[in-house]
Design a protein around this ligand. Structure first.
Ligand code: AMP
Ligand code: ZN
Length: 117
């Protein structure tokens, strides 16, 4: 069911503390941690504690939680002293999503190209 922890979900395991992560910020609703394979000097993932498959499911099923995730991206960027940064929600395998628990990538600390690959 939407929002319920999934036994086979890596990020639900991180939320539960069953898989280690380098957590940089936590709120009642969200967790932010270092990406294990950083693509920029700063690469932090912000996730809702509740399980939604992707950003679209999150926005549709829990819009206030989606807003909380977005707010946390701003807090992370401020803490990391990023003036410019990119927030990415890969949504669907074709767009590069590999973990099917909604997450925002916060990327910064280097120049960024547009359009993205
Ligand atoms: P995506 O490809 O958009 O689904 O992003 C998933 C991200 O999760 C990738 O950037 C991975 O490097 C990252 N990732 C995978 N496993 C872990 C982990 N155990 N801890 C932290 N980040 C992870
Ligand atoms: Zn999950």
């Amino acid at each position: 069911m939407a929002g319920e922890p999934q036994d086979d979900c890596l990020f639900c395991k991180i939320v539960a503390g069953h898989v280690p992560a380098t957590v940089v910020r936590e709120t009642d609703a969200t967790v932010a941690f270092q990406d294990i394979n950083p693509q920029a000097p700063v690469h932090i993932l912000v996730i809702p504690r509740a399980h939604y498959e992707n950003a679209a499911e999150l926005a549709a099923g829990a819009p206030e939680l989606a807003a909380a995730v977005l707010k946390e991206t701003k807090e992370v960027a401020e803490e990391q002293k990023l003036d410019s940064y990119r927030v990415v929600f890969n949504t669907g395998a074709g767009a590069g999503q590999t973990v099917f628990h909604a997450h925002a990538h916060v990327l910064g600390g280097r120049g960024m190209q547009w359009p993205p690959g």
